[in-house]
Ligand binder design. Structure first.
Ligand code: FAD
Length: 281
């Protein structure tokens, strides 16, 4: 996109009106870091939503509500009991990028390397989309197709609601990179709900090494009802092959990607189990 003009609306509804009027000639602008990756040079008017009060993190009825324009650096620095989102945010690119890049920008157009969709899928987050009124989507529904399509008619993501983890919950994420700040080779998020020593519920999601972020139902099925133990994690991780179409890239074969994913799934599950048992790094 080529930004030719800027509009700074004073409210969410004004931004939505601007986008409705502009149609294809308008583009929501948050951190603006994704422009670097957009090959299309169509002239557009940028509707800057960074000053309409959408930068916040607050506990709200069993969730942490995160405003769409909250920078990744704020999420990285935030601390609360059983807060887990900082773990992945501190591993996204560099300090400079995290200072301006927003949670909304990361999930309103999903690039193959995007880390947050994987984590939000595993955490069972909810997305709030404003179209004149708020509509909430589960992560499963929201990420069921390229999310940019959801915003073609000028709707705006206003917030993300991340469930507050309870004592019985554990969360772990693993991002495999070649070097610090490089794009992920594979990203895994795992949420375990334990009952005694057993796994009552599991949500495991992957990204980067597959065409689009998604949950891994075969891996989840191999965990549910079993003991939260390394042998079970290993057996579940071994189901990754049948759970997604692993891509070969950056010199890696599809088989190697799958193997990398298995290792990352095992590590994410161990982290999640340790988190649930109160052992965090
Ligand atoms: C060098 C580099 C490396 C990176 N590495 C990683 C990485 O490893 N992992 C990772 O996850 N990310 C990474 N990123 C960040 C990622 O690629 C995106 O650039 C970033 O997430 C976009 O956020 P933004 O706030 O800058 O969004 P913008 O660039 O402002 O917007 C991105 C898109 O979303 C739309 N949009 C933004 N907010 C909203 C909203 N609230 N409602 C509707 N539409 C909206 C915009 O119109 C645009 O289409 C990297 C970025 C750079 C520059």
């Amino acid at each position: 996109m080529k930004l030719c003009e800027f509009i700074r609306p004073a409210s969410l509804s004004a931004a939505r009106d601007n986008m409705r009027e502009l149609g294809k000639r308008g583009m929501i602008l948050a951190g603006g870091t994704a422009l670097h990756f957009m090959q299309d040079h169509t002239p557009v008017t940028a509707v800057d939503i960074t000053r309409i009060g959408l930068s916040y993190i607050r506990p709200e009825d069993g969730y942490y509500a995160i405003g769409a324009t909250t920078p990744l650096a704020d999420i990285q620095r935030y601390r609360a009991p059983r807060w887990a989102l900082h773990e992945i945010c501190r591993r996204i690119s560099t300090h400079q990028i995290r200072n301006i890049s927003t949670i909304g920008g990361n999930i309103c157009r999903v690039f193959p390397w995007a880390d947050l969709p994987v984590i939000l899928l595993a955490m069972d987050a909810r997305m709030v989309v404003y179209s004149g009124e708020d509509e909430e989507f589960s992560a499963d529904e929201y990420f069921s197709f390229q999310t940019a399509k959801r915003f073609l008619d000028g709707n705006i993501l206003s917030a993300v609601k991340v469930p507050a983890l309870q004592a019985r919950h554990g969360f772990g994420s693993i991002k495999v990179v070649r070097t610090e700040a490089s794009f992920p080779l594979v990203t895994i998020g795992a949420l375990l709900e334990l009952e005694g020593g057993a796994i009552k519920k599991a949500r495991v999601a992957a990204g980067s090494a597959i065409p689009f972020p998604r949950r891994l139902p075969e891996v989840e099925a191999a965990l549910t009802g079993k003991e939260a133990a390394p042998e079970v994690f290993k057996e579940a991780a071994a189901q990754a092959g049948g759970a997604a179409r692993w891509r070969g890239r950056e010199g890696m074969s599809p088989d190697y990607s799958r193997h990398l994913a298995e290792v990352a799934i095992f590590d994410a599950l161990e982290r999640a189990a340790n988190f649930a048992r109160g052992r965090t790094e």
